[in-house]
Design a protein around this ligand. Structure first.
Ligand code: ZN
Length: 165
């Protein structure tokens, strides 16, 4: 069997990218700090709007991608604002606007929340993603491509780099 190195980003390939994420002109995240990102293409390991644009890119190719909020971290949802009685907060949590918390919802899912209002009896939490409602600007370069293993495809993620499980 010959090794056929894939030439273009496609489903079930392990893709290595360099990227820089800019929001409103501010650099939010960059592979310069954390090193290139390895991910499994076609498995929603990364933001859908970015994954779609990466399809078909070749090694060494660079692209600037703007991702609308609905293809990124979602739009701001008013229903994601929760009114919680003060008594439900542990004493060590300072009840101040801007404090970020992790809370568990009725289904037992972990949510990130930010305190947006502090009342006498209740505290209002915003559980929208901090980047909800934001257009995301990515500078992305395809660094490497390889066939993913059957195990990686079965797991839906790569077993290299930062995404080792
Ligand atoms: Zn795994």
């Amino acid at each position: 069997m010959t090794e056929n190195k894939p030439e273009q980003v496609a489903k079930d390939l392990a893709v290595t990218i360099d990227y820089k994420l800019t929001i409103d002109g501010e650099i939010i995240d960059s592979s310069e700090e954390d090193g290139p990102l390895d991910y499994l293409h076609g498995h929603e390991n990364i933001i859908p709007g970015l994954e779609r644009e990466l399809t078909g890119m070749k090694i060494g190719e660079q692209k600037n991608v703007t991702v609308a909020p609905e293809d990124g971290y979602g739009t701001v949802d008013e229903e994601a604002m929760l009114e919680v009685p003060r008594s439900e907060f542990p004493n060590e949590v300072p009840l101040e606007i801007g404090i970020e918390l992790e809370v568990t919802d009725q289904e037992g899912d972990m949510l990130f929340a930010t305190i947006v209002e502090v009342g006498n009896k209740t505290v209002k939490l915003d559980t929208n993603h901090p980047l909800a409602g934001k257009a995301l600007n990515f500078d992305v370069t395809v660094v490497d491509l390889r066939e993913a293993s059957e195990e990686e495809i079965a797991h839906g993620h790569v077993h290299t780099g930062h995404h080792h499980h």
